[in-house]
Design a protein around this ligand. Sequence first.
Ligand SMILES: NC(=O)C1=CN([C@@H]2O[C@H](COP(=O)(O)OP(=O)(O)OC[C@H]3O[C@@H](n4cnc5c(N)ncnc54)[C@H](OP(=O)(O)O)[C@@H]3O)[C@@H](O)[C@H]2O)C=CC1
Ligand SMILES: CC[C@](O)(C(C)=O)C(=O)O
Ligand SMILES: [Mg+2]
Ligand SMILES: [Mg+2]
Length: 331
Amino acid sequence: MAKMFYDDDANLSYLEGKKVAVIGYGSQGHAQAQNLKDSGVDVIVGLRADSASWAKAEEDGLKVYTVPEAAQMADVIQILIPDEKQAETYKKEILPGLAPGKALVFSHGFNIHFGQIKPPADVDVFMVAPKGPGHMVRRLYKEGIGIPGLIAVHQNATGKAMELGLAYAKGIGCTRAGVLLTTFKEETETDLFGEQCVLCGGLTELVRAGFDTLVEAGYQPESAYFECLHELKLIVDLMYEDGIAGMRYSISDTAEYGDMVIGRRIINEETRKEMKKILREIQDGSFAKEWILENQAGRPRYNAIKRMDEQHLVETVGKELRSYMPWLKRR
Ligand SMILES: NC(=O)C1=CN([C@@H]2O[C@H](COP(=O)(O)OP(=O)(O)OC[C@H]3O[C@@H](n4cnc5c(N)ncnc54)[C@H](OP(=O)(O)O)[C@@H]3O)[C@@H](O)[C@H]2O)C=CC1
Ligand SMILES: CC[C@](O)(C(C)=O)C(=O)O
Ligand SMILES: [Mg+2]
Ligand SMILES: [Mg+2]
């Protein structure tokens, strides 16, 4: 039976008298640091001395230090810089600031699970992983809404790692929606699988393929954009609120028949077989190895595909259409 934790299961007092350093002020860093601050936690931010984010974090009312200073000062150190940069920064700038009884925190298990970071045995190591993008972690917290999270303890040196982790999860708003007890292995593997096959890779490729098919058949790109990208959010909102069956309640019977019968031709046995293969590559470490090597080589594949995708017609048409929708929130 899955173990879930909610607001009443978490006590912020475990963070009382402790200083939390959030290392990095990107997607998750800015969200978690500000949510913790608004929850009354004593939080500082650790950045590179020449960081472009330094002034932004200060404007947001946070005290900023270099990474080694923040690691030295804090009792709880949350590493929120990109996964591929964490191991080096940890070794050079965070490890020297660790001391027995301190806590090291992650929002994704990549570096612990794949053995890139091996913390000393006398510190707590836990993960609080929001199941949502950082900008939504912040936006929804301000609206009084929570984003679900995962919690896992890798090392419990103090005997209080779980309590501290739950306090942290409450501080960033996750216990409002529910925090699931998991392991670093389960979080790492499911998170990588989800972002590759469904949430990001599967979705963006599906949108572009649908858009391209319509445009190549001579339909207006604007029509293809509304159909394959814009309306996706509205359909997903219904699934988010009420599941797949709930979404089907709102669409026409014609759409529902197409959903049930034609959808299976798009995501077919071959696709499911490929998903299983991708999962195996995540589980056996091949994907992690590939990503680490891609970074060591200066990201040639990442940069080339990113450049190409940014120039796709779906982006240029979408940019123009969205400029007439002033209600769309800007990051
Ligand atoms: N993005 C998300 O929504 C989610 C992310 N996660 C996990 O959270 C962690 C952080 O991811 P994310 O928020 O996307 O990261 P970002 O790419 O947004 O992090 C950028 C921040 O990291 C800083 N940074 C980059 N390199 C260094 C370095 N060498 N030394 C110091 N600071 C550095 C940047 O500094 P500067 O400002 O100077 O450029 C910036 O502040 C990862 O483990 C990720 O898997 C988990 C759930 C969701
Ligand atoms: C879906 C991508 C994600 O796993 C996330 C926002 O949860 C990430 O790594 O950014
Ligand atoms: Mg991820
Ligand atoms: Mg994720």
